[in-house]
Design a protein around this ligand. Structure first.
Ligand SMILES: Cc1cc2nc3c(=O)[nH]c(=O)nc-3n(C[C@H](O)[C@H](O)[C@H](O)COP(=O)(O)OP(=O)(O)OC[C@H]3O[C@@H](n4cnc5c(N)ncnc54)[C@H](O)[C@@H]3O)c2cc1C
Length: 383
């Protein structure tokens, strides 16, 4: 089906495909093996305008739209889910809220270098005891110095890009009595902020080229100018941010599912059993037919959410549906790909083994599949 893409969107997709095939694919397995952050790929993505795809050019971005962003992430995730999530976090979770809620001065200081890829950002909402229940924030920001400064204390968990990033958008409780309306967002430099320290890099099942770690805040003092948005607006900003972020993760899942399908088709045509290619066994045909059908359905859901975002429409349930479905499709596709490869699928020699490990996280971060179902149901079952 012709998706009726614009010339600009096609060009972005083509550029991302060529970059991913020529520069990402050759080192993706090694990044995974070495748990290494691909600084050289991030630098290239900066040159290509991939670190701030949807941000206006005046603020350092590429001035493209969310549909183009989805197309680019899918191409990159098809070869390396780690590289895709580094890009996704910087775009969706950092540049997007800065563009929407930042002041002129904040945009000048942070958005321009982030969207142009000169700096890298991260997003810190999760805590050791506040993941799915993100409102249960224990990181406290207390007003000090007669209201001029905040003092932050607490711990953030699993923060993607934190070990290599320059800045974090971090959420903390400024007024516990107000619940979610007592949460505020802060822009904090990760380097040279007294009292802010990082834990060791997390050791992960998959997306091993993407670094994450804890962030510890011990009497971190910040001026009021560090606030992103108004006091008490943080939870709204964090959730609005995730509406966009989930589209990026859905696109990452599309790339993983597509990699699994393409590898399966190729292998099925080459590998023989019982005197014929395994592609001629109906059991294998049905697997690839299901994988292809689900992948297309997931892509349509993802592009619908992206289109709604581009039109400025509320897209909370649509993003949740896209992320829920695409992540589950990626997991089924990767699992079936390993099965189609038989014993070889279990070895690290073929990328399907990595696809299988990488797929799992898409069902967990930016809201688990259970949380996506809660979001979708809440939208249906309201009075
Ligand atoms: C590699 C990685 C990178 C991450 N990157 C970031 C990041 O950059 N920034 C950030 O802020 N966070 C990040 N996270 C955190 C991630 O978003 C959380 O792990 C996720 O939201 C789940 O929270 P939790 O781990 O505390 O699980 P819990 O909330 O403890 O959930 C445990 C299980 O219970 C289920 N569950 C919980 N509540 C309900 C309910 N009400 N109904 C039904 N089921 C429920 C969950 O779905 C899950 O299956 C990352 C996590 C990982 C592993």
């Amino acid at each position: 089906m012709d998706l009726d893409l614009t010339e600009e969107q096609r060009l972005l997709q083509q550029t991302a495909r060529e970059f991913a095939e020529r520069e990402v694919a050759p080192i993706a397995a090694k990044l995974d093996e070495e748990h290494r952050h691909p600084a050289e790929l991030v630098a290239r993505m900066a040159e290509l305008g991939f670190m701030g795809v949807g941000i206006p050019e005046e603020w350092g971005g590429a001035g493209m739209d969310t549909v183009g962003y989805v197309l680019a992430i899918e191409e990159i995730a098809r070869h390396c889910a780690s590289t895709a999530v580094i890009m996704s976090v910087n775009n969706s979770l950092v540049c997007d809220p800065l563009n929407k809620f930042g002041t002129e001065a904040q945009k000048r200081e942070w958005l321009i270098p982030l969207a142009s890829g000169k700096k890298l950002g991260c997003y810190a909402l999760s805590e050791p005891n506040a993941g799915s229940d993100a409102a249960a924030q224990k990181t406290i920001a207390t007003v000090v110095d007669g209201g001029d400064m905040f003092e932050l204390n607490g711990t953030k968990n699993f923060i993607t890009n934190a070990p290599v990033a320059d800045v974090v958008i971090l959420y903390a409780m400024t007024d516990q009595a107000k619940g979610v309306r007592g949460i505020s967002g802060f822009i904090i430099p990760l380097k040279g902020t007294p009292g802010l320290t990082l834990g060791p890099a997390d050791k992960k099942m998959g997306i091993r080229g993407s670094q994450s770690c804890q962030i510890f805040l011990d009497k971190v003092r910040l001026p009021r100018t560090a606030l992103l948005g108004e006091v008490g607006q943080g939870f709204k900003i964090a959730m609005n941010t995730l509406d966009g972020g989930r589209i990026g993760i859905a696109a990452q899942a599309l790339g993983i599912a597509r990699a699994a399908l393409e590898a399966s088709v190729k292998y099925a045509l080459e590998r023989e059993s019982f005197g014929k290619p395994i592609a001629q066994h109906q059991a294998i045909q049905w697997k690839v037919a299901d994988m292809a059908t689900e992948l297309d359905a997931a892509r349509l859901l993802t592009l619908r959410a992206a289109t709604m975002k581009d039109k400025g429409l509320r897209h909370t349930p649509e993003s949740a549906m896209a992320k829920l479905f695409a992540s589950e499709v990626a997991n089924r596709a990767a699992k079936e790909a390993v099965q189609i490869f038989g014993g070889y699928g279990y070895l690290a020699d073929y990328p399907v083994e990595r696809n299988y490990r990488d797929a799992k996280i898409t069902e967990i971060y930016e809201g688990t599949s259970e949380v996506q179902r809660i979001v979708i149901a809440a939208n249906l079952l309201k009075d």
